[in-house]
Design a protein around this ligand. Structure first.
Ligand code: FAD
Ligand SMILES: CC(C)=CCC/C(C)=C/CC/C(C)=C/CSC[C@H](N)C(=O)O
Length: 477
């Protein structure tokens, strides 16, 4: 006899991870279960826009890869247009001078890259593609309803010991082993890590490869803002959003009609009208468990739920409407400056990680590009920029908006993954960020947790942690 469906599921966090979890939980558990998403701020979380002079710009998660299949599916299913992210002429600044500058002529670029770095750029694309190919196996596993009870097992099922190794070493070590020159790593790879993850080549090899994939072509975003995916998923999942800050979770036991004990969870949360709480059968935590982010106390658990203290790092996104001071980057003649994005190499003197022109979320794909004099620039830095620093970077500007994030983990491999299963029916998604933090990663973690919650609820052990899945599924088809 099949067990009764759960009555009530709580999802803590209304970012892409939480809203995707609500969507997949609805798909698996069906219409009868009540799903509540507890969110302390705005639905979207790290997907958010800032307003500037009547237009909106992505301030958090902004670009998607063409092979981010969950995000692609969400946009399609929700009727949200996917628009291409326009490419910008890119330069690399080392704190003294521009060491590489893209040309608008394709053939000249190829020759320049060959001259500076030989075949390394081509080899790098192949190296990243090889990692991506293995990573894509997750979609096949998930389509066949397979799930993993730990991220170690998930990544091992994707790429075996090669993946375990790449997660446990730095991108610097991984690329050196693959015979890339230190000049190429420092001048071409490191700047991509700095713009995407605010760190240099000391991040793990997998997140490094994700970052390099994010510097490729055919990137896209959602017209109107990526956060529309989150509000759309809430609607599609028919989940109820409860505005509140979760402060604690406590286990409760109840006896079924047959006398068997079942675990339930009491969640306490603060709302604008005071503290309240409710009881749930299943809890999915979709926010980073960290004292500075989702500071949730696990009360009276035996054994206790471990504390997660690994740090997230601050990244500041500053939006400036103004004219970039090209002489800061070593240009004597401002009319010779045509760059739309400047990435940086590691240099302690530098106070920015990157600066680049951004387009409004409403017309990102439009052909018309604003003239460089009246563009909106997005600067990524570790610390908030001072007035003096802004005056160095810009020859003139008229408006500034600042968004501070505890953006993503501070990677220092080898990092241990936090567990997915925190208790009988409590699941934690954000451990996946320790492999790589990206919208698609949270979506994959959401589907994995929904499948895990479902199969564990109904005792379908044959769908969990299966060995040699790749081979098994190859022969099944
Ligand atoms: C500046 C920046 C740029 C980025 N660029 C990209 C990019 O281009 N492409 C890409 O793929 N990724 C990018 N990312 C990463 C991506 O945005 C994140 O990986 C992803 O959005 C994480 O989603 P999440 O749902 O897991 O977490 P979050 O979005 O952080 O969601 C967690 C939610 O939980 C809520 N919450 C926290 N604590 C509690 C509590 N106690 N009670 C109730 N609610 C709580 C929060 O308010 C939040 O809404 C970027 C991130 C940043 C910061
Ligand atoms: C998960 C996989 C396989 C691919 C994702 C590739 C991707 C889009 C990576 C980008 C990740 C990230 C954290 C980017 C931050 S900055 C983005 C952008 N350059 C900006 O300026 O906002």
């Amino acid at each position: 006899e099949q067990r009764a469906a759960p009555g009530k599921i709580a999802v803590i966090g209304g970012g892409i991870g939480g809203t995707a979890a609500a969507y997949f939980l609805r798909q698996k558990f069906g219409r009868s279960v009540r799903i509540e998403v507890l969110e302390r701020g705005e639905v979207g979380g790290r997907l958010a826009t800032v307003e500037m002079e009547g237009a909106s710009y992505e301030a958090g998660g902004s670009v998607l890869h063409p092979l981010n299949l969950h995000m692609k599916h969400f946009a399609k299913e929700l009727g949200l247009p996917a628009i291409p992210v326009p490419g910008k002429l890119m330069g690399i600044y080392n704190g003294e001078e521009i060491v590489f500058e893209e040309s608008s002529w394709y053939i000249i670029n190829i020759l320049k890259l060959l001259w500076h770095y030989g075949f390394s750029p081509l080899r790098m694309n192949m190296w990243v593609e090889d990692i991506l190919d293995k990573f894509m196996r997750i979609y096949r596993y998930q389509t066949h309803d397979y799930t993993f009870s730990s991220y170690e097992q998930l990544f091992h099922a994707l790429g075996g010991n090669d993946f375990t190794q790449i997660l446990n070493q730095t991108i610097d070590e991984a690329m050196q082993k693959a015979s890339f020159s230190q000049k190429f790593i420092n001048e071409m790879v490191c700047p991509a890590m700095r713009v995407d993850y605010g760190q240099g080549v000391n991040i793990n090899g997998f997140v490094g490869a994700v970052s390099l994939a994010g510097a490729g072509s055919s990137l896209w975003s959602v017209k109107g803002g990526n956060k529309l995916v989150c509000t759309g998923l809430i609607y599609a999942s028919k989940a109820d959003v409860i505005t509140g800050t979760v402060v604690s979770i406590e286990p409760k036991t109840r006896k079924t009609s047959t006398g068997d004990p079942v675990n339930l969870y009491h969640i306490t949360y603060d709302t604008p009208s005071g503290q309240t709480g409710d009881i749930y059968d299943i809890v999915v935590i979709a926010a980073p468990l960290n004292r500075k982010i989702a500071n949730i106390t696990f009360k009276n658990f035996s054994p206790p739920v471990p504390e997660f203290s690994s740090p997230y790092q601050q990244t500041v996104a500053t939006f400036v409407h103004g004219r970039l001071n090209s002489s800061f980057f070593g240009y004597q003649d401002p009319s010779a400056f045509h760059l739309g994005a400047i990435f940086t190499t590691e240099n302690p003197k530098l106070f920015i990680n990157s600066v680049g022109i951004v387009s409004p979320v409403e017309n990102r794909g439009s052909e018309e590009e604003p003239p460089l004099q009246s563009a909106v620039w997005k600067i990524f830095s570790k610390e908030e920029l001072t007035k003096e620093q802004l005056n160095l970077l810009f020859s003139s500007y008229d408006s500034v908006k600042v968004k501070k994030w505890l953006a993503y983990p501070h990677y220092s491999p080898p990092n241990k993954f936090p567990p997915i299963i925190l208790h009988d029916n409590i699941y934690y998604l954000n451990g996946i960020e320790w492999a790589a933090s990206a919208m698609e990663m949270s979506s994959i973690a959401a589907k994995n947790a929904a499948l895990l919650a479902y199969h564990r609820w109904y005792g379908n052990t044959d769908k969990i942690d299966q060995e040699d899945l790749y081979e098994k599924l190859k022969t099944e088809l």
